[in-house]
Design a protein. Structure first.
Length: 320
């Protein structure tokens, strides 16, 4: 009997002949010792036209590594690569892989080694989880998937000669996004919530623009081994300047959540993202060491409040 592979939400959508599209596999790793967080991105952009030729940051294959220290300004390191040597699994193929030289990502592991502006970063990571989720799937227009929502990471990261290793090394998520173009605006957050009973809850929420003036809203809570899907988020605060987001929403079953995310402070980081039509770039704000409070209100049960001081990631781009 042959091997049977299960879909993992990481399967490639693009091909090397795709002329206008971005596809990204990313990880947020909050270190287990509280010493900071890493944001890693494996980016494929416009491979059919070799990225954005003539743009210094327009390589078709890119690897990004951003370090978020507990105090102080985050540092980003981005290195571009040509299509030569790219080994990419076929569209929809399982198991998935993207490899180029000494870097690569697969369904449950990734490796990388960057030399950027006198800095050296390398990593060899493995991850596992019990929950995966698709936040949005609009076909060729784009999707937002989370193959590992309650990810536990093991392995090693070396940054300028300083090594951190362990099992667990850290916690967070591994995601997978793709689109014909980036949205005109979006707000996204993921919260990793360890609990006193040893269990883990996660919350992921996404808002972005759609055609005809419509706005997509969705949040998914993973709690006590069950997924709760929320639509129609009622936002009470969205502050791109301080990266703060507050909203509430209710399931059809009556579970209500009230969420407050705070990405302000020294860890707030802003980076330019290149447009897929190569007509310039736009700014994206991210804090991968954000605070969060999630309050659960269920009929007939006491209010449950979950908090994290560094276990959330918040990202915003554009204006409503």
């Amino acid at each position: 009997m042959g091997l049977r592979f299960v879909k993992t939400l990481n399967e490639t959508y693009s091909s090397v002949s795709t002329s206008r599209r971005y596809e990204v596999w990313f990880l947020r790793i909050g270190l287990a010792d509280g010493a900071g967080a890493w944001w890693l991105r494996y980016l494929l952009i416009n491979p059919g036209r070799c990225g954005c030729a003539g743009n210094p940051g327009g390589s078709p294959v890119q690897v990004w590594a951003t370090w978020f220290p507990p105090e102080g300004k985050p540092q980003s390191f981005i290195q571009g690569f040509s299509l030569e040597g790219l080994d990419l699994s076929a569209k929809g193929q399982t198991p998935f892989h993207l490899r180029s030289g000494n870097l690569g990502i697969e369904d449950s592991s990734c490796q990388g080694a960057l030399e950027v502006e006198g800095h050296s970063i390398s990593w060899d990571l493995h991850y596992r989880s019990s929950f995966r989720n698709t936040l949005s799937d609009k076909g060729w227009i784009g999707f937002s998937r989370t193959p590992h929502s309650d990810a536990r990471f093991s392995g090693r990261i070396i940054f300028d000669g300083r090594s951190v290793a362990g099992d667990p090394l850290g916690f967070g998520l591994q995601g997978h996004n793709c689109g014909y173009r980036h949205r005109k605006f979006w707000t996204w957050a993921h919260v990793y919530l360890p609990r006193s009973d040893g269990q883990v809850s996660t919350l992921e929420a996404l808002v972005y623009d759609m055609p005809f003036g419509l706005v997509f809203h969705k949040a998914v809570l993973w709690h006590d081994g069950q997924a709760y899907v929320f639509r129609g988020l009622q936002e009470s605060k969205r502050d791109p300047g301080n990266l703060q987001w507050e909203f509430r929403c209710v399931t059809r079953g009556g579970l209500q959540i009230e969420v407050a995310l705070d990405g302000s402070g020294a860890n707030l980081h802003r980076l330019p993202y290149l447009k897929t039509d190569c007509a310039g770039s736009f700014e994206v704000a991210n804090n991968s060491l954000a605070k969060a409070t999630v309050r659960l209100l269920q009929p007939g049960r006491p209010i449950e409040e979950l908090q994290t001081r560094t276990g959330a990631v918040v990202e915003m781009a554009g204006q409503y």
